[in-house]
Ligand binder design. Structure first.
Ligand SMILES: O=C(CCC(O)(O)[C@H](Cc1ccccc1)NC(=O)c1ccccc1)N[C@@H](Cc1ccccc1)C(=O)O
Ligand SMILES: [Zn+2]
Length: 511
């Protein structure tokens, strides 16, 4: 507890003037991101949410997508590179008085593991074959649609074609890659709109799932004080967040809810943070935190693994028919892979980049080269147009200007399948993991609540063992979940060129 109280990070900066300068730089950088919009050649001006997000998700126009992708980066990252470089220097000075070499070392200390970095590398390597097979399947489909001449000969996928501003999740191009179009489609966005779902009803639906497990309901103050739709009377950073006021009573979500399946999942994600806050609210303040940051990110997503199943969606009336055949099963597993498997290299590389900047390995003039080196190598995506060292593409992703660590999401995407497996066993679910729905299981809820109530009072392996029966992060549960899809993808990709070269080439395929 004493170590946690004294672990104040960059606020340990001795020099008041430098501390003030660092905070000014941070707020300038966040201001650039918050105000950014893109004005198109047709006169339209869009903000990130909902305009650009919807465009990147639904447009199939190569040039329009490219204009949005470049415009967003010109109006965010490009404007903050020099300030970010100055911020890095001051941030490192701030933590040096705590004995850390740099900010990256301070951030990794939260996982309390001398083998944290090699453990992460090993997890990514175990998951690489599954990612490569998904990447190859999606690339072939996109080449058919956009033409081979748009794709580099080195095998990457142009980053603006994957349904997301950062290519971090590919669920929005499900309609372009669906394996069995005549089978059950799991995209319930149209149904949400047909049933006139409101943001509030989406939040109530999520709350009902938590309550069905015997977990805590959202308090009245939550409903009165949260902001769940984009305000019209003021500017607000729309990126979703959950706030703990550390008074055992006030817990809120801020989010610009759109009526779609992606936001229904995000609502569960944010409500997972609130549930954790409430479960550990009676711990001493230094222990009112996740067992590690990845655990905090995994709570809501774990429950959403049950909510997203066709069986559950039918139970809550968002899906009228559910077919139990191989085709529907593959359709569902592919939609989940576009959300979960696609994310893994992205979740890994953001802080690989940032740690290399904090450590001094990557100087300012190499910021963008290093970023694309990692994007080309790990994620297998390429820039749609040539990038220069005056660009600063990492700054186009919220977590860089907001200085929010990111490896927590990679950890979450691995451990949430371990949590899901443990809760399914507690709920007495025996079938395949991807069909498990823990809805209404008080046994599962009790097991999860018991772990959440620990907060950060015990090292995270202790909490992991309390929930799953063993203390380690492991990719096994995730691989088990997707096993039926792995076999199917390998068959689909037979005879195809699987994977990509580490470096992106400027050369493209002949038409
Ligand atoms: O950023 C988020 C969700 C926002 C959040 O809930 O993780 C939020 C980020 C944040 C915002 C402001 C200050 C600090 C962090 N985190 C929280 O609200 C939070 C996290 C831990 C404890 C308390 C609150 N998700 C990531 C990754 C992700 C996760 C899950 C599904 C899709 C994508 C992303 O969108 O790239
Ligand atoms: Zn989160």
């Amino acid at each position: 507890m004493f170590r946690m109280i004294s672990d104040i990070g960059t606020d340990a900066m001795k020099d008041e003037a430098k501390l003030a300068r660092m905070n000014t730089l941070q707020s300038d950088i966040e201001g650039i991101y918050a105000k950014a919009t893109v004005s198109f050649s047709d006169g339209q001006t869009l903000a990130l949410e909902p305009g650009l997000t919807q465009l990147m998700a639904s447009s199939r126009n190569y040039t329009k997508l490219q204009e949005a992708w470049i415009g967003w980066r010109d109006n965010t990252g490009k404007l903050m590179r020099d300030k970010y470089a100055d911020f890095v220097t001051l941030s490192n000075e701030g933590v040096s008085s705590l004995g850390y070499h740099d900010t990256g070392e301070y951030w990794r200390s939260w996982y309390e593991s001398p083998t944290f970095e090699p453990d992460l590398q090993k997890l990514l390597e175990e998951l690489k074959p599954l990612y490569s097979n998904l990447h190859t399947y999606v690339r072939e489909k996109l080449m058919d649609l956009y033409g081979r001449d748009k794709f580099p000969t080195s095998g990457q996928i142009p980053a603006h074609l994957l349904g997301n501003m950062w290519a971090q999740q590919w669920n929005n191009i499900y309609d372009l890659v669906i394996p069995y179009p005549d089978k059950t489609s799991v995209d319930v966005t149209p149904e949400l709109k047909n049933q006139s779902y409101t943001p509030l009803r989406m939040f109530r639906t999520a709350e009902e799932f938590f309550k069905s497990l015997g977990l805590l309901p959202m308090p009245d103050r939550f409903w009165n004080k949260s902001i769940i739709v984009k305000p019209t009377d003021r500017k607000m950073v729309c990126h979703a967040s959950a706030e703990d006021f550390y008074n055992q009573k006030d817990f809120r979500i801020k989010m610009c809810t759109d009526i779609n399946m992606e936001d229904l999942v995000t609502i569960h994600h944010e409500m997972g943070h609130i549930q954790y806050f409430m479960q550990y609210k009676d711990q001493p303040v230094p222990f009112r935190d996740g067992a590690n940051p990845g655990f905090h990110e995994a709570v809501g997503d774990t429950l959403a693994l049950s909510v997203a199943t066709p069986k559950h969606l039918q139970t809550i009336g968002l899906l009228n028919s559910v077919e139990n055949d191989e085709g529907s099963d593959i359709n569902y597993l592919l939609s989940m892979a576009l959300e979960k498997i696609a994310f893994l290299p992205f979740g890994y590389l953001i802080d690989q980049w940032r740690w290399s900047v904090f450590s001094g390995e990557t100087p300012k003039d190499k910021f963008n080269d290093k970023w694309w080196e990692l994007r080309c190598k790990y994620q297998g995506v390429s820039p749609p147009v040539e990038r220069t060292s005056t660009d600063f593409d990492p700054g186009a992703k919220y977590h860089i200007p907001s200085n929010t660590p990111y490896i927590r999401y990679f950890v979450s995407f691995v451990v949430q399948f371990q949590f899901h497996k443990a809760l399914c066993e507690a709920a007495g679910q025996t079938g395949p993991l991807h069909k498990c729905d823990i809805y209404r299981s008080k046994e599962a809820g009790t097991k999860l609540g018991d772990m959440l109530r620990l907060g950060s009072s015990k090292p995270w392996p202790y909490a992991m063992e309390a929930l799953t029966g063993q203390p380690n992060m492991s990719a096994k549960a995730l691989m088990d979940y997707f096993a039926p899809l792995t076999a199917w993808l390998e068959k689909q990709n037979a005879g195809k060129q699987v994977g990509w070269q580490d470096a992106c080439s400027n050369q493209r395929h002949a038409p």
